[in-house]
Design a protein around this ligand. Structure first.
Ligand SMILES: [Zn+2]
Ligand SMILES: [Zn+2]
Length: 159
């Protein structure tokens, strides 16, 4: 331990480091002051934003900005963001998917949709699963394919 002098109040105090610093009392006061200053600045900034009224760059309506860099009123900001999200996801879909459309007899669409839902699928999943199953079926050796056909026909007969 060394005896050093407080740079603020000039009082002598004990320290592990052999150089002048701030005594316990002055140190905690300085910390409190810094914190206080920090909150004051933050509060002043908040108040400034709260008092500020801007005109929306899009619709010209007056609005109270919540952030200092806000340029659009709440509605226009929301529209802009949702528009952006929509465009982005539309673009993604365009880039990564193809659309297949086909026609079915009147009423079948609803039936198929219900059938798919009853089996926990949407229409796409139902159709993709069906295609996959059909491909697997066609890939079977002839005798196995005959067996499957037989089983299915027997089941149909029972109805
Ligand atoms: Zn001091
Ligand atoms: Zn606006």
């Amino acid at each position: 331990m060394f005896e050093v002098t407080c740079k603020e109040c000039g009082k002598k105090y004990q320290s592990e480091k052999n150089r002048d610093g701030y005594c316990e009392v002055c140190r905690s006061r300085r910390i409190a002051e810094t914190k206080h200053k920090y909150y004051e600045t933050r509060k002043a900034k908040r108040d400034e934003i709260r008092k500020k009224v801007d005109r929306c760059e899009n619709c010209g309506k007056k609005f109270k900005p919540k952030k200092s860099d806000q340029k659009l009123c709440e509605e226009c900001q929301y529209l802009k963001e949702s528009n952006y999200r929509m465009t982005a996801s539309n673009q993604y879909r365009k880039d990564h998917t193809d659309v297949i459309q086909f026609k079915v007899p009147k009423g079948m669409r609803a039936d198929l949709k219900k059938y798919a839902a009853d089996h926990g699928m949407n229409m796409t999943a139902l159709i993709m699963n069906s295609i996959e199953l059909f491909q697997k079926f066609l890939a079977l050796p002839d005798d196995q394919r005959d067996q499957v056909n037989e089983l299915i026909n027997k089941k149909d007969d029972k109805k």
